[in-house]
Write a protein that binds this ligand. Structure first.
Ligand SMILES: Cc1cc2nc3c(=O)[nH]c(=O)nc-3n(C[C@H](O)[C@H](O)[C@H](O)COP(=O)(O)OP(=O)(O)OC[C@H]3O[C@@H](n4cnc5c(N)ncnc54)[C@H](O)[C@@H]3O)c2cc1C
Length: 383
């Protein structure tokens, strides 16, 4: 047996023993997602068991170094683990902006103290993070942000407002873009980390059309943040912000691989009308092509060989696919799919998920902005 074959056999055996059967069932909705944090919420107790077991092995972040709470796996081993998790339909043990966004940025730009302080807690799901980027007048034009951080010796005093901060009311810490120099735009931004329990931080939920309130307005009123919590140099936060956005877009592009396609194919086999059947077939072909491209993209990204604009391409196409998937699910479900509250419809899971996809082409940077980036940086068109 080669080393990799042996690793696959051991991984398969460990997963068989440690992944609780409940965690191999499809998720029924957002409530089944595991986010960890200081005040965790679990729809089923096995979510905690699964998160803790994977976290203790470093397999919530398999390719991070072991000293930072990761599994220390090579790219080939990481891929095998992903395949073995998929083989048993295992749920994601831990959803986390720490894993998908802050972690990669800290690994590249953080000090050794910052890595040792934050990464292991992210890996074990002990601290839940939120993202303080967008502001009322700074979304697509993110570098126009105004939240200020005044120099006060060994700390900053932060004042301002963020908006659309996903799960800010549930998060323990925030990674936040602030203005430390008002005389330039991108060159006057710094990247800070602070506890959401700090004095002067408050949040106010915003209700979505799906009926949920996953995000908030977030206010900072004279919040004291130690300078030691700044990632990278003062006024160099834009570099960190852009690098993190690449990883965020990669994470969001994964929606293109989301569940529901099997259900569509099943509906097509049972005999929906021929036009819908044709649309489902076309969707299936595009999904498979996207999955193959995703594999290649993730390998290139992890090897540091991805084109800087590639996350925009993947984000654009993955989110369009996810929106199409849910349009088709609604069409295949007929009028039953419009049920909003009933037990049979699992609290209107299908229409709520469909409405939620409308945000896919906004969050992490809108589709128009991704197309602008692709036009400029890949197609070399004039800006
Ligand atoms: C579900 C969801 C979760 C989110 N979570 C977070 C979060 O956790 N933290 C956070 O900081 N932010 C978050 N956001 C905010 C998100 O990043 C912004 O909504 C997004 O960047 C767009 O900014 P905006 O809403 O201000 O729209 P605007 O920038 O005002 O854009 C309005 C419209 O104009 C278009 N437009 C703007 N500029 C251009 C241009 N140059 N060329 C062509 N078209 C253009 C846009 O495409 C859009 O259609 C979230 C958003 C959503 C929907």
């Amino acid at each position: 047996m080669s080393d990799l074959e042996q690793f696959r056999a051991e991984t398969r055996a460990w997963l068989e023993e440690n992944c609780p059967p409940e965690m191999r069932k499809p998720m029924r909705g957002e409530k089944d997602a595991t986010w960890g944090g200081r005040n965790p919420e679990y729809a089923h107790p096995d979510q905690k068991v699964w998160m803790d077991r994977m976290g203790a092995r470093g397999w919530t972040v398999p390719d991070w170094p072991k000293e930072y709470g990761g599994g220390g796996l090579s790219p080939a081993e990481t891929k095998i683990l992903r395949e073995e998790l998929k083989r048993i339909n295992a749920r994601n043990p831990l959803n986390s902006f720490g894993i998908s966004m802050l972690g990669p940025a800290l690994l590249k730009y953080g000090t050794e103290e910052q890595k040792l302080e934050h990464l292991p807690k992210i890996a074990r799901g002990e601290i839940r993070w939120c993202q303080g980027y967008s502001e009322p007048n700074a979304g697509s034009d993110l570098a126009g942000l105004a939240t200020s951080a005044e120099d006060a010796g060994d700390h900053y005093i932060v004042n301002g407002q963020k908006v659309w901060t996903s799960y800010a009311d549930k998060a323990d810490w925030i990674f936040c873009l602030v203005r430390t120099d008002k005389t330039t735009k991108q060159g006057g931004i710094s990247f800070l980390l602070f506890d959401m329990a700090s004095e002067g931080v408050s949040t106010k939920p915003i209700l979505l059309i799906s009926g949920y309130s996953p995000f908030c307005e977030t206010f900072f009123d004279n919040v004291k943040v130690p300078k030691a919590n700044r990632v990278h140099d003062e006024n160099k936060g834009w570099d960190v912000a852009k690098y993190l956005l690449g990883h965020e877009r990669e994470m969001i592009s994964g929606m293109g691989l989301g569940a529901g396609t099997d259900q569509l194919i099943e509906a097509a086999r049972k005999g929906v009308d021929p036009i819908l059947r044709g649309q489902i077939a076309l969707f299936d072909v595009r999904s498979r092509a996207f999955a193959a491209m995703s594999e290649r993209f993730i390998d290139e990204l992890k090897a540091g060989k991805a084109h800087p604009a590639q996350p925009s391409m993947m984000k654009y196409y993955g989110t369009e696919l996810n929106k199409t998937r849910h349009e088709l699910l609604m069409a295949a479900g007929g009028s039953d799919a419009l049920e909003w509250e009933s037990e049979a419809s699992n609290g209107g899971a299908a229409p709520r998920a469909w409405l939620r996809t409308k945000a896919n082409s906004i969050e992490g940077g809108t589709s128009e902005i991704q197309l602008n980036i692709i036009a400029k940086r890949i197609l070399d068109l004039p800006s």
